[in-house]
Design a protein around this ligand. Structure first.
Ligand code: 3H9
Length: 693
């Protein structure tokens, strides 16, 4: 065994040189890894005893990409292309042996090997698009040469991690190895290549698939059209497409130059900066400063859910999807039956679209049971999540019962979206076991989980909840108890401004358009129409005192009644409504105000700066651990455009001093609801940003 450097070894296994990388956690292509690869390939190439070379990794994965922490500074030598030239240009066969994930730069390295062997559990992909980038180490030119431009388009614009079996079917992997026997299989494969005198297959010279697509611009035009909605606002998908066009229309080296140019443009742009920030923000959110990594976890083998409505059903699906049995308790049999039927329907819909198999539907349904009795069903559960009507008295009643029924140590969780969890916990004799698990609707789809820590919640309960969130595929953020927690509290700030802007003369569609153009999937009024204007509205108590009252009284209750703030045609396409406009106008006249023209810039500042200010108050009160946690909440639960980072990141980009100046201006004009947060004032005084906190 020869050590090349601290992360690279080179050994001779008979007549095959084996290069082993070991750079935890994910063997990213840091400077030492590049150096190790470069030197190891040089040595292996020069060693006449080696007839072939295998590249393999230790630890949980093959190379998972470039080292993202190194981005932003010039690459220390050797640069990645030099390493890749060494590999691809080797005069003996090179085999990449893949387990875990070969992603981004990792797959780009593997594409310079002449052959690829993988275990079935491995996954391969070019996920740079998710970081606002494109594969910048030849992936855009090599992948289409292997799998064809159409597949490359799908893979590179989605960033999907392709399972090894599928990778083999599309030519990306040459052979599957038995799980746990990768090294032996790769060495044997390398010997076979030598024995059979197979060619050194250099992908850069394989032009068949790209040439076949030449002169067919419709491949790209159709793809752009089909995905226009999905890609709206993002630069990276379009740049990835352009690189694949270059692979089709230009010789390899010119294509590489195009790739380089577009890669650098993205790398230096604001979108990728925001998306790279978000990657780390999500991972940082998993860390709770006063909860140690080795905090004991409570084993969660069975879960109880109270409420079989949309929320309870969606929550239950998360656990069944992860293989954890769950029992749902309802008060009435018909509500329970309806809830279970809805869950089945959801699974069947996913199956009909090819998302899961028919067996998986049955297997998941078999993990979900229903009951009318908490006493009978909750004795042995390790976690209960209550998802009933948002009323403190009902919640208190439930938690009193849970306290009596559940075994000691079981986690008692509420899905409340804003009630005081300390008050709920106070009715139990074990407030240390009480926590908020705030799922977002539809709970089986939305990624965000706000985990709400109450005064007495134990560290074990917090650590277990964070871990469990990851197990069920959620992005978890730990927040503190305050009205609306982090997400809804900031949403409230935006909604208030949107309503006020209407009373000053901006029409709902003007406000929605400004926010849609900013990058939100929809504005607040379109969202109200979708949810239903009559949520929480009671006809008998309506006094026609608000715009909403009048719209609801006119049976304009949103999309479901064919009209709300907007008019809807038979295809549910929204149109500005003269009726709504008149209602608004009448209200403005009644208030004695003069409507004025409000431009998009003002709409954005009025809606978004108070959100940033509210975020600052949340930080000031310690209800979020860090500014980036707030951004994770808004990206994953409220549709904040990923390429704009999140409200706090955006505040930093605009500049805290500008946000503060505007808040002061608004405060002077419109009153103290715009009072700047003390933390915002302090940031500006100290010449700092939210990211510095
Ligand atoms: C690229 O390759 C550009 C090239 O085309 C061009 C170059 C010229 N770098 O997610 P986890 C850390 S762009 C640095 O919790 P999992 C991560 O921060 C790159 N660090 O584990 C975390 O650290 P910590 C293209 C990285 O098992 C730890 O590893 N590649 C990187 O749930 C564990 O991560 C990608 O976009 C990295 N590349 O998932 C892949 N990756 O423990 C990005 C991870 O201190 N990575 N870390 O918090 C992933 O998708 C997942 O991490 C992976 C493992 C699936 C690999």
């Amino acid at each position: 065994m020869a050590e090349i450097n601290s992360v690279t070894d080179l050994t001779l296994d008979g007549d095959v040189a084996v290069i082993t990388l070991n750079s935890p956690p994910v063997n990213a292509l840091s400077a030492p890894v590049r150096e190790g690869l470069f030197e190891a390939f040089k040595a292996a190439s020069a060693n006449d005893a080696a007839k072939a070379i295998v590249l393999i990794c230790e630890g949980r994965t093959f190379i998972a990409g470039a080292d993202i922490t190194e981005f932003g500074a010039p690459m220390a030598p050797p640069e990645l292309p030099d390493v890749q030239d060494q590999i691809e240009g080797a005069s003996k066969p090179v085999v990449a042996a893949i387990h875990g994930t070969a992603l981004g730069g990792g797959l780009e390295v593997a594409l310079c090997a002449h052959y690829r062997v993988a275990v079935p559990s491995a996954r391969l992909g070019l996920p740079e698009v998710a970081l606002g980038l494109l594969p910048g180490a030849g992936g855009t030119q090599r992948l289409p040469r292997v799998v064809g431009p159409e597949r490359a388009l799908e893979m590179m614009t989605s960033g999907r991690h392709v399972p090894a079996k599928e990778a083999q079917a599309i030519g990306l992997v040459d052979e599957l190895a038995e799980e746990g026997k990768l090294r032996e299989a790769a060495v044997a494969f390398a010997r076979k290549v030598v024995a059979e005198g197979r060619p050194l297959r250099r992908i850069r010279d394989q032009n068949e698939k790209v040439e076949a697509a030449r002169g067919k611009p419709e491949i790209f035009a159709d793809f752009r059209k089909a995905n226009a909605r999905k890609f709206r606002g993002f630069l990276a998908p379009e740049y990835n497409i352009r690189c694949i066009e270059a692979a089709v229309n230009q010789p390899f080296d010119e294509g590489m130059a195009t790739e380089r140019k577009l890669f650098l443009e993205l790398m230096n742009g604001s979108q990728s900066a925001a998306q790279r920030y978000s990657f780390f923000a999500e991972r940082t959110a998993q860390k709770v400063p006063d909860v140690a990594d080795d905090t004991p976890l409570i084993p969660i083998k069975k879960v109880g859910v109270i409420g079989a409505g949309t929320m309870g059903g969606g929550i239950a699906m998360n656990f069944a999807n992860a293989g954890i049995p769950v029992v749902i308790v309802e008060v009435k049999q018909d509500a329970l039956d309806r809830g279970l039927a809805t869950i089945r329907k959801n699974y069947e819909r996913t199956a009909s679209r090819g998302g899961i198999t028919a067996e998986q539907v049955e297997q998941r349904m078999s993990l979900i049971s229903g009951s009318l009795s908490m006493e009978d069903s909750f004795k042995d559960v390790d976690l209960v999540i209550e998802a009933v009507f948002e009323r403190m008295d009902i919640k208190k009643d439930i938690f009193t019962k849970l306290d009596a029924i559940c075994k000691p140590g079981a986690i008692l969780a509420t899905n409340t979206s804003g009630l005081d969890i300390d008050e709920i916990a106070s009715v139990t004799k074990r407030p240390e076991s009480v926590i908020g698990l705030h799922f977002f609707s539809p709970a089986n789809v939305m990624k965000l989980l706000e985990i709400v820590r109450a005064d007495h919640t134990s560290k074990e309960v917090i650590a277990t909840s964070m871990k469990l969130a990851k197990q069920i595929g959620k992005v978890a953020v730990l927040v503190g108890v305050c009205p609306g927690f982090v997400g809804n509290r900031i949403l409230g700030a935006r909604q208030r401004e949107a309503q006020k802007l209407v009373m000053e003369g901006a029409m709902p569609w003007d406000i929605d358009r400004a926010l849609y153009d900013f990058g939100f999937p929809m504005g607040p009024f379109a969202m109200s129409d979708l949810a239903g204007l009559d949520i929480g509205w009671v006809k008998e108590r309506s006094k026609g005192e608000s715009i909403r009252d009048v719209l609801c009284e006119a049976d304009r209750r949103g999309q479901k009644t064919g009209a709300g703030y907007y008019d809807y045609d038979e295809n549910r396409v929204a149109k500005p409504s003269p009726f709504t406009e008149k209602v608004i106008h009448d209200f403005i006249v009644k208030s004695g105000a003069n409507p004025r023209k409000i431009d998009d810039q003002e709409i954005l500042e009025r809606c978004i700066y108070p959100m940033i200010n509210e975020g600052a108050k949340i930080l000031e009160e310690g209800k979020a651990i860090r500014a980036s946690d707030i951004d994770v909440v808004w990206q994953n639960g409220y549709g904040w455009p990923v390429y704009r980072g999140g409200p706090m990141w955006y505040g930093d980009q605009v500049g805290p001093e500008k946000v503060l100046a505007k808040m002061k201006e608004f405060q002077a004009k419109m009153g103290d609801q715009f009072k700047p947060a003390a933390l915002l004032e302090k940031l500006v005084a100290d010449n700092k940003k939210f990211a510095d906190l």
